[in-house]
Design a protein around this ligand. Sequence first.
Ligand SMILES: *[C@@H]1O[C@H](CO)[C@@H](O)[C@H](O)[C@H]1NC(C)=O
Ligand SMILES: *[C@@H]1O[C@H](CO)[C@@H](O)[C@H](O)[C@H]1NC(C)=O
Ligand SMILES: *[C@@H]1O[C@H](CO)[C@@H](O)[C@H](O)[C@H]1NC(C)=O
Ligand SMILES: *[C@@H]1O[C@H](CO)[C@@H](O)[C@H](O)[C@H]1NC(C)=O
Ligand SMILES: *[C@@H]1O[C@H](CO)[C@@H](O)[C@H](O)[C@H]1NC(C)=O
Ligand SMILES: *[C@@H]1O[C@H](CO)[C@@H](O)[C@H](O)[C@H]1NC(C)=O
Ligand SMILES: *[C@@H]1O[C@H](CO)[C@@H](O)[C@H](O)[C@H]1NC(C)=O
Ligand SMILES: *[C@@H]1O[C@H](CO)[C@@H](O)[C@H](O)[C@H]1NC(C)=O
Ligand SMILES: *[C@@H]1O[C@H](CO)[C@@H](O)[C@H](O)[C@H]1NC(C)=O
Length: 764
Amino acid sequence: MPPNHAAARDMVLALLATVLVLTARPATSAAAAMQPRASCLRRCGDIEIPYPFGVGPGCHLETGDWTFVLTCNRTMGGGRPRLYNYQIEVLDMSVRLGQLRIYSVINPWCYNATTRAMNGQSNWWYNMSITNFRINDAQNRFTVVGCNSLAYIRSLNDTTDTSRYMTGCMAMCPGVGRLAEGSCAGVGCCQTAIPGGLNGYQVSFEEKFNTSGIAGFSRCSYAVLVEAAAFDFRARYVTTDAFVAENGGQVPLVLDWAIGNKTCEQARRNASAYACVSANSECVDSKYGKGRGYLCNCSAGYDGNPYLLNGCQDVNECEDARFRYPCSVPGTCVNTVGLFSCACPDKTTGNAYNGTCEDKKSQIGWQIAIGVTSGVVVLIVTATCLYMVYEKRRLAKIKSEYFKQHGGLLLFEEMKSRQGLSFTLFTQEELEVATNRFDERNVIGKGANGTVYRGTTKDGEAVAIKRCRLASERQKKEFGKEMLILSQINHRNVVKLYGCCLEVEAPMLVYKYIPNGTLYRLIHGRRGEHPRIPFSLRLRIAHQTAEALAYLHSWASPPIIHGDVKTSNILLDEDYTAKVSDFGASMVAPTDEAQLVTLVQGTCGYLDPEYMRTCKLTDKSDVYSFGVVLLELLTCRKALNLEELEEGKYLSSQFLLVLGEGRLGEILDEQVKGEHGLELLEQVAELAKQCLEMASNRRPSMRQVAEELARLSRMAQHPWGRQNSEEILALLGGSPSTASEIELSSPRNISFTDTAYVGIRSPR
Ligand SMILES: *[C@@H]1O[C@H](CO)[C@@H](O)[C@H](O)[C@H]1NC(C)=O
Ligand SMILES: *[C@@H]1O[C@H](CO)[C@@H](O)[C@H](O)[C@H]1NC(C)=O
Ligand SMILES: *[C@@H]1O[C@H](CO)[C@@H](O)[C@H](O)[C@H]1NC(C)=O
Ligand SMILES: *[C@@H]1O[C@H](CO)[C@@H](O)[C@H](O)[C@H]1NC(C)=O
Ligand SMILES: *[C@@H]1O[C@H](CO)[C@@H](O)[C@H](O)[C@H]1NC(C)=O
Ligand SMILES: *[C@@H]1O[C@H](CO)[C@@H](O)[C@H](O)[C@H]1NC(C)=O
Ligand SMILES: *[C@@H]1O[C@H](CO)[C@@H](O)[C@H](O)[C@H]1NC(C)=O
Ligand SMILES: *[C@@H]1O[C@H](CO)[C@@H](O)[C@H](O)[C@H]1NC(C)=O
Ligand SMILES: *[C@@H]1O[C@H](CO)[C@@H](O)[C@H](O)[C@H]1NC(C)=O
């Protein structure tokens, strides 16, 4: 390796340290508007209740009328929500359409042979004037079924002269044999349209028409206002009571709703009552005219509930099944907030929206041809092209700037010079696609340094992507260190770094996805549950971790020190193979006093006491931390228990105390005791004790620890505890858990000044 290489790498880190990217987030706007309480009922029976509808005060939009006031009979469990008057059942509500469907009662009018009179209501009405519902005139029809029947529908009596109306519909059966299934026109059934804007109506049968003469085959007539699409005429409706019986006495009716009685313009004036509170929403005047209220709608490219704060969310036009794929070439659609864009594939150009993409060469030829015929067009096209080239270069420049800032060029050269290392430089787009634009749902871990997302690369590889927050100098340094160390290490028990992305503000590291979470979670469970972990598995994980650390310590000289060995930095893959992760605190051991380290890192409970005293990090500091990991495996207790009394706080000191008094059995995990004889456990405990020696020179090296653990592992497997990985998986609950988390470097608990910094040296 060239002699200037170490210097170059130090420069990378120095560069990293000088990058200061502060991303300020705009404060979310806090509009003063009514919002439902979180405790509100959002479902009644099987029916979703979207705001502005709601049950009970504080749960629906207050508009001064009864439009959004629903009731729900909870004692019935499966019941439907009902309108304010407890009588009318609601079938569904749509915020997008501003509609709801209610049940409209079918009114029978029947001849009674005993009393020789007509039974049933000949006259009834609905008065919804205390709400802002309008009966949708396009979707509903006044429908009469019968063979000698005339029914009227008319406005309510108190309606003003100008909006008064009345119409009727006559159902006759001139030729009974011609009753046509599905056709409500002229034989046994009639339908008529109603005027728009009604919010009440009355219906009556004309008493001069009755079924006394035809009761033998058609005893009843029916009249109802019904959603046309939901009504399908059947001949049996005329001859039997099937119309009522098959529909439960009621049929759907579509109502339009609106808010209040103001127009959008008037409503906006009172911000505290204006209902369109979501960002990216707009107001639409009621289609029934002035004074009939308004609706809210998510803006184009957004979808959701505009009546809720942040209710309108970006629609992914590229993937949403409700949209036709918007680009002409498959795979070229990119969703952006509120919009989408289509781009021609590489080396082609053209109209990716609704035209075709052609090879660039033929495109140029085409342009020239156009140019010959029309100079003006060429001028416009050229200007546009120039602008686009300019934009593209500008963007490329910004990207390469970031790339340089994050040490990308130097790193890349280093990579190239070391053939055989597979390390990929991902582009921002690739990682956006992999994580579905950093969707919250893909977050698998959050920590002080940034966020870890789960993703899938275009090769179908499951990856974990660590997106660094880069708020402080230290985090930037840690990012750089981790990148440099991990990119060069290839060990089966060290988490594999696939690559990184440097062309963005916040650089990202891409690792192999490790599905089974951390050792911390395995030992301490999720919510205090105590999983059954066979001792042989515990020893195997300890041995593999020791091998990884021994490798780190011996791979280069001076050794690389992990610096933050703890159970939450040990990940477990499908078959519970240990993978050491988080090299954010790692460094190369200082070779002389001049390089004295003043950067104290590590986690309380695991920290080498000698390091605290001397401020000198050595490979033996990792040995100490590893000793604590061994203790956790032996005892299933946490390294630091803040709730405990003084001597119980630190697992290490409590262990040494108990061991000194010969009461080892008291602290061991019950499961472990049941599985093996005390002799083996004592040997593991002895090893842990050696690792926890106060004086670092009396601790064994990581290599010795690994060898001892290999020996103990073989012993543990000898007569009884021989488990292969399938048996272990079975013991742990069948299949590897799918939920996973990667713990990031937790906030360091101790922090001294961090002025001096020792860079990573290249291995000899
Ligand atoms: C609008 O509604 C409010 C309250 O609901 C009512 O007081 C007012 O008279 C109505 N205005 C008109 C023009 O109907
Ligand atoms: C709710 O349903 C139960 C059972 O059907 C009934 O007894 C009760 O009267 C109903 N309550 C209301 C307020 O309608
Ligand atoms: C006819 O009217 C009588 C007396 O009101 C009643 O008892 C009977 O149930 C009615 N018949 C039918 C078929 O409705
Ligand atoms: C039925 O209508 C006929 C003719 O309009 C009338 O004579 C008869 O009294 C009516 N019967 C009943 C039960 O209304
Ligand atoms: C309809 O209801 C309103 C409000 O309750 C009332 O003022 C009006 O008189 C009613 N109209 C009819 C025809 O009953
Ligand atoms: C409206 O007037 C008619 C005729 O006077 C009457 O039969 C009907 O019951 C009235 N409707 C209402 C809702 O008051
Ligand atoms: C604005 O709306 C609030 C809430 O509905 C109401 O209390 C207030 O009177 C309204 N102000 C005006 C000027 O209409
Ligand atoms: C709401 O917006 C969508 C598209 O943004 C549009 O298709 C729809 O017609 C709008 N609704 C109303 C009531 O204007
Ligand atoms: C193609 O898209 C352009 C711009 O987006 C539009 O002006 C044109 O009308 C579209 N042509 C067709 C056939 O959709």
